[in-house]
Design a protein around this ligand. Sequence first.
Ligand SMILES: [Zn+2]
Length: 268
Amino acid sequence: DYSYIFKLLSLPDDGSISIDNVEVAGDTKYVYISRPPIPTYCPNCSCRMHSEGIYKRKIKHPILQDSTCIIFIVSQRKWKCTNCKTYVNESYPFFKPYKQSTDITPMLILEAMKDLSRSTASIARQFHLSDTKVHDIFTAFIDLPRLKLPEFLSVDEVHIDISENEKYALVLMDFASGQIIDILHNRWQSTAEDYFLSIPYDERKNVKFIISDAYKSYMEYPQQFFPNAVSVLDSFHVIKFLTGRINDYINLVMKSYKKKDREALDQS
Ligand SMILES: [Zn+2]
């Protein structure tokens, strides 16, 4: 009885789709699915179409509850119009043509991402997808409106493992109110460029101060994106910067004494 699969995918259990077999291999269920042939007419010229054969496609459907994965082996007919040479693939209600996972996959992934303690990588593993794919789904579905650019814009990075290459997210904050303006998924120059240049020039003109650490790219934000802004090192980073310079100086002095000592030693 495969009625649970029909329920799972909200499919009509009316004979328009049939489940021919289910195989279980480890954590994976293979579900063989097909449609009985129904007369199909050309979308172009309305002639009756002819079957060009049946192709088997693999469609992944990750299941959240028990970490098993369903793979549908879908028998999909290819219809051909002999009159105008149009080809049409038989359609199924739960996946789009050319997609390799079912329609509800993104919803399940977004649901899993609500758990803030989980990394993208672990979600990718659970759904048998790549990190990049999970990240793409997130950005495709989540559109968090950013706040308006403030006069005092604070720029800083936070360490978050988004993917192999993206280890730091860029956090934009209103320095005065502490509100997060937006978060960029990395701090690359190209990302910042795409992002800031997409904000209207008039809005960027309102930014007067960019508060950041001494990271060179941040220091260049005013001349690149904010015509009326100046860079400001925030006090925490100023102290860090000064301590660094003092340490450099101390090391320099120590080195020079070592050198003098060595020379004195050599002469004696
Ligand atoms: Zn046709």
